[in-house]
Ligand binder design. Sequence first.
Ligand code: BES
Ligand code: MN
Ligand code: MN
Length: 451
Amino acid sequence: MSYYQQHHSQFLEGLQAFLRIPSVSTLSEHKGDVRRAAEFVRDELRAAGMTTAELIEGNGNPLVYAEWLGAPGKPTILFYGHYDVQPPDPLDEWKSPPFEPQIRGDDIFARGSADDKGQVYIQIKAVEGLLKATGRLPVNAKFLIEGEEETGGDHIEAYVKSKPSRLRADAAVVCDTEMVSAELPTICIGLRGIVYGELWVEGADHDLHSGVYGGAAPNPLQALAEIVCALKDREGHIRIPGFYDGVLPPGPKEREAWARLPFNEEEYTHKEMGARELVGEPGVPLFERLWARPTFEIHGIRGGFTGQGAKTVIPARAMAKISTRLVANQRPEKAAEQLKAAIQAACPKGVTAEFRLIHMGAPSLTNPGNRFIHAAADAMKQVFGRETVYVRSGGSIPIVGIFEEYLGIPSVMMGFGLPDDNLHAPNEKFHLPNFFRGIESIGRYLEVLGK
Ligand code: BES
Ligand code: MN
Ligand code: MN
């Protein structure tokens, strides 16, 4: 029996301890928990046998850095993941408390179980297994684990920019994506980018009686609704001038491969999403809408009276959280400018509108024809016993573009989540068989690369 097989229960206990730390990066009351999670990762990396394992302080939550460089002449792999998690609300929809991990069937339920603590833990345990069993690694390894991925924080970008030589590697391994299904090993080669911000609309300088002033007073909520409706039509097509100029359509081979993926639209719509029907650009196949087309979304609207009963008021201001997802080759800076201009153009009389940027990240598209991706596909095939498939994802992981830009390295996205893991939602879970196969896959990957 291998080290990995002998340590299933220790791995599971360690994962549970990690999941118990409520490291919600967007809520300031969890600052201390966020730091505890960073320390947990550092201590685990040290115990695994990495020669260096330290916290890196800076503007934002600590980064965790670790290295083992005892294989001169062999490639160097930079492992990336994040220890921060999304807020757990709505709390009353969880079947077990979000920070008290519970195993039900083959799944472990907790906030961060799939996104991304379970997957960070896979990386750590894979390296631990090799170091404990053989005293060394087949390649050189560095870890850079961050604590503000979910909030689009800048700490990691500033660090990568300032320390390219310390982080020098041949490829990054990012475990933060998902597989097509539990049995089908999957490598993600494309991610969408994002521009996220607030849209502020202001009318009069104080709230007004809606009977006395209605008919003359500008209404910021109405104006906000008009603006967002002007940005996307009823068929899901974005109406920001020039927005689609940079959009690179998928090639025929990739399109065909997507059409061959096992997929049940009924299940996806009614079970996984719990929706009535799918929407979006007519005539554009689903995977293309999700992976290769930009989006515009509203995440929340605040303004006016939403309490119990009725209050007849014309509010002075309104705000919406909005974002657009970008695809290769759109550029976030340009998209943000186009969005701002479109907001101004759509702003009705009597109000002002302002877009306040919160964060942005570039889309990424990796050419799968490099040896680091081939080796990953091979390692996953060996562990799962099936041919590895290549997909893209609609989500965003800004570091992939940053590694490309500042370190000049490709990212190998070996993810072990599943489509129904409820990321960012109540009852997030991680499929335990994939947790263990993930550890084996990363271990095997390093062996393949070291040959
Ligand atoms: N791990 C996700 C992104 C993801 C999910 C990739 C599923 C592939 C499959 C990541 O933690 C995430 O949620 N990112 C944010 C980005 C951000 C800048 C806030 C996102 O996509 O909303
Ligand atoms: Mn993630
Ligand atoms: Mn996430």
